[in-house]
Design a protein. Sequence first.
Length: 242
Amino acid sequence: MKTILSGAVAAIALIAVPAAAQTSEVHYSTGVTNPGVLGTIASEVALGLGIGSRYTAFAGALGDTATAANRVDVVFTLKGSVNKDCSFYAGNNSNARNIDFGVIGIQTGDNVNVQSAFEMVGPAVADIDTLTAGCNTNNVVEINKNDIRGLVNNNPGGYDTNQFQANIPYSVEAKWTGVALNAQTTGSPQSLSVNTSSNAAQKQQGAWRSNMAIDIVAPAVTNKGLVAGNYEGQTTITLRAI
């Protein structure tokens, strides 16, 4: 059968298909029925003799440059660092940290028994509070006295050591809200104490921030009298990142 396209519009649909299905069509109307290569040769010979017609259609496109994927996951690694830091607001100058008990009262009357004369009337107490303290990493809270004897009179002169002493022992307790070392939990009340007969203590902590209260108590010395003079001591609170 001969198909002739004359005075008409031939519509050719171009369809994008995968590379494996590219169009390659050759058709003859020469009457040759042999299949394959021999049939093609015979048809071409027939065309050369003016017999029949030929129709060809070839289409092709380059394939993907890489394996196509219907999902792509792109992972962005974000990095940064935070420096270790410990903070303790201790006033605006050194005067704020000079704790003066004033006159430490003793039994001065002449109507007291000799065994009570010159003894402390009562305890000396200091209450120190800061609203800002803490560390943003594992840390150690330390309390250190400079002298295990407590407040010391460094120029007492001479005295009967059976009846007098030139030092006033004191205790220190710090309180705050924090967590145990490496703990990831809700903060709870924490404390660290140094008693009158010790001069240092420390406690390891996880990161914390809270107020801190520091109580210093020098119990009344009642077993001996106090030698006159100036009594001094230093206590250091240390927050140290680890």
